[in-house]
Ligand binder design. Sequence first.
Ligand code: ARG
Length: 467
Amino acid sequence: MKMWSGRFRQPLDPDFERWQRSFSFDRRLLKCELLASNAHARALKAAGILSSDELISILRGLRQIGEKAAESPAFLDDDEAEDVHHFVEKQLVTLIGETGYKLHSGRSRNEQIATDLRLYVRATIDQLRQELAELCSVLADRAEQAADAAMPAYTHLQRAEPVLLGHWLLAYVEMFLRDAERLADCRKRLNVCPLGSGAVAGATLPLDRGLMADTLGFDGATANSIDATSDRDFVIEFVNALSLLALHLSRWAEEMILFSSQEYSFVILPEAYSTGSSAMPQKKNPDLLELVRGKSGRILGNATALMVAVKGLPLAYNKDLQETQEPLFDSSDTLLQMLPLVAGWMKAVDFNRERMLQAAQTGFMNAWAGATYLVKRGVPSRLAHERIGKAVQMCVERNCELQDLPLDELRSLSPAFDQDFYESLNLASVLAVHDVPGGTAPSRVRNAISITRKKIESLREEAHAHA
Ligand code: ARG
């Protein structure tokens, strides 16, 4: 039986009937739907609508539906189910008879879908946070293994200053930890229960909303039934947080693609995550990285699709809201699959340390440290900058590095230059001079690794505690 056929004299156009269904994609909400129905049934019993026997039989039916779905995916092949709510009602009636129809007392699918989606996003956040903890911990391992290996850092994609390889890897950890935090923040806000909101004006039966919220692990009940049944902010917020995560992954991928090109040769692509060319026998292509970069476009697109779908919708529930599901599922599936692969790639990649080291020691990346030498000897910073700039110009003309200039020539630029200037230019000194929290001096990076490890550990614990 349809959930709403009484008022209709004519059957639906069959093409329209199929077209408007959502069961092909909302079936994945079955678990959430069963949990929410379980909570609703208990509230119906507490309100005196269901007898104890009826409650027991409904709860048993709901449990059996979950078991059957877990046993065989074919159980969900139902050509008549309009959506997951209809599917559960149909199956329940098949299993326990007409008592099954009592489950819908006092409730609306509008509050159900709002609840199911909150449960779904909440669980997905917990999973994603676990995956982020794994990825961060691989990056931290690599940072630790890198020890004192150095590389150039770029600004404007021009060589800027040398940094530790570990320092660069930790930059990505920071982004991913912020992503994890954003997800936790989104979780906090979404963790309220719409059950009892009815279709728009609130349930028509005196249901204990606190009881339902508790049963489902929510922090409380939503405050306004009109808002609760039409609000998809939490979906939009979640998918936007995912967009930022995807954007970080895309920057990471782009940088790794650049660094793996022959022109850089900093990174040796792991064969297990690369493919060849059907035409050019020599090729090893960075497919994983390219797909990460490409898929991030689609994740950003999903966030836009969601915002546009909701923009301009009058209150409260409108069927347009059914369209918020697929972009949500697509973004979360895409990232849940992607994150472990990115972690695998990071574990397998080799860094060409010699190449990086060589690049870290050329291209005047010690110029600022050189100017700092003068500043420490009392030369005003602007003048020191200018003097070193002149020295660089001399080097460019002679095709040499700063440390190759003889002392007497340097002295002609400034009397503050002395023999120990050359020491201030070597890689170890240049790294060491960045001796501030958050800087690349080796002791600071070692400290950062241990602080980062603690953050990752607490992320992991929190995510596991929820899941
Ligand atoms: N499948 C619907 C959705 O995803 C469920 C809610 C239907 N409500 C309604 N009034 N037709 O939005």
